[in-house]
Design a protein around this ligand. Structure first.
Ligand code: PBG
Length: 320
């Protein structure tokens, strides 16, 4: 390669059209997934609008609006009227997510309905599994997670996304789905989900903060990369159709490493705390929200994500 003055990399940066010709990474709305929270009562959130809760009617209106704006996929989270030790609201036939799915499915046949499969919003203690003697019991949680996934598929989910981080859950869910005739329902596994401080605003929206302790006995240690690759490998062996890295922005190296190690579709979750940081700085007048969001999402794609779960998905429908 020749160097300056023959080579001048600024030549292709001169105008927007020249830059567009050589752009390596592009964002498209059909790779984005919008998280939505459904609850018995709405709960507005002025500072973080994408983290508001909708009741069933509100959810239908919101999905109508975002669907006509071009959003192709949503990820549903439920906040149940009551919580208990067995997380019965997670797998109940009349659970809040099951009701939402039954309402959405016939009205929006083209929309991809992804569901978060986890127990933390539904357990009285807020952990992602069944608690026995003060510890989250892995194997006893599997049956409830599998039951939850099957009930979502029965109610109309297109994709189930387990986020609990129990060992063996992908296999347990795959078996249960197949047994119930849902062999065509894909599993998007939250494979490399870290024990992160960036989930704070989500836990408020979903009412899922653990009542004691933290999630470090099941979510990944933020210091570990090789372990993330092992998680992805195991999930794929157990039958995951797509894998995920979460959060995204502090874990771009993990996204890149997973991309290079596996050929499965890779999702990245641009989590609530990452959204909140930009929102707060924008509100203070320190940062341009749209530019910062587009830059962050572009970075996540550049790192290697195929699809992105983002609270900016609705805004993006207008920005792109
Ligand atoms: C639940 C779950 C969490 C998120 C997605 N699914 C929270 C947690 O593990 O505590 C976080 C999403 C976000 O912060 O946007 N298991």
């Amino acid at each position: 390669m020749s160097s300056f003055p023959v080579t001048r990399l600024r030549r292709f940066r001169r105008t927007p059209s020249l830059r567009a010709l050589v752009r390596e990474t592009r964002l498209q709305l059909d790779e984005l997934v919008l998280p939505l929270f459904v609850a018995p009562e709405p709960l507005p959130n002025e500072a973080l609008p994408a983290l508001q809760r909708f009741d069933l009617d509100g959810l239908l209106r919101e999905v109508e609006a975002v669907g006509s704006a071009g959003v192709r996929a949503v990820l549903l989270f439920g906040v149940p009227p009551e919580k208990d030790e067995q997380a019965s609201g997670a797998w109940a036939e009349e659970g809040i997510v099951q009701q939402a799915l039954r309402a959405l499915r016939p009205r929006f046949p083209e929309l991809v309905l992804v569901t978060d499969v986890c127990l933390c919003e539904y357990t009285s203690h807020g952990h992602c599994g069944v608690v026995v003697d003060g510890e989250v019991d892995n194997d006893r949680s599997l049956e409830l997670l599998a039951r939850t996934a099957v009930s979502h598929a029965e109610a109309g989910a297109d994709v189930v996304a387990p986020s609990d981080m129990m060992d063996g859950r992908v296999g347990a869910i795959r078996d249960a789905l197949d047994e119930h005739g849902f062999e065509s329902t894909p599993i998007l596994a939250y494979s490399a989900k870290y024990a992160s401080a960036f989930y704070g605003p989500f836990r408020e929206a979903a009412g899922s903060a653990p009542a004691f302790g933290d999630r470090r006995s099941y979510q990944l240690d933020p210091a570990n990369l090789r372990e993330a690759l092992r998680e992805c490998e195991l999930d794929l062996e157990e039958g995951a159709d797509a894998i995920m890295v979460k959060p995204a922005l502090s874990y771009l190296d993990v996204i890149r490493a997973v991309r290079e190690a596996f050929d499965a579709p890779l999702a990245a979750y641009n989590v609530s705390g990452e959204y909140a940081l930009v929102k707060a700085a924008a509100r203070a007048g320190w940062i341009d929200e749209r530019a910062a969001a587009l830059e962050s999402l572009t970075a996540i794609k550049r790192a290697g994500a195929d699809l992105i779960i983002s609270y900016w998905t609705k805004d993006l429908a207008g920005w792109l």
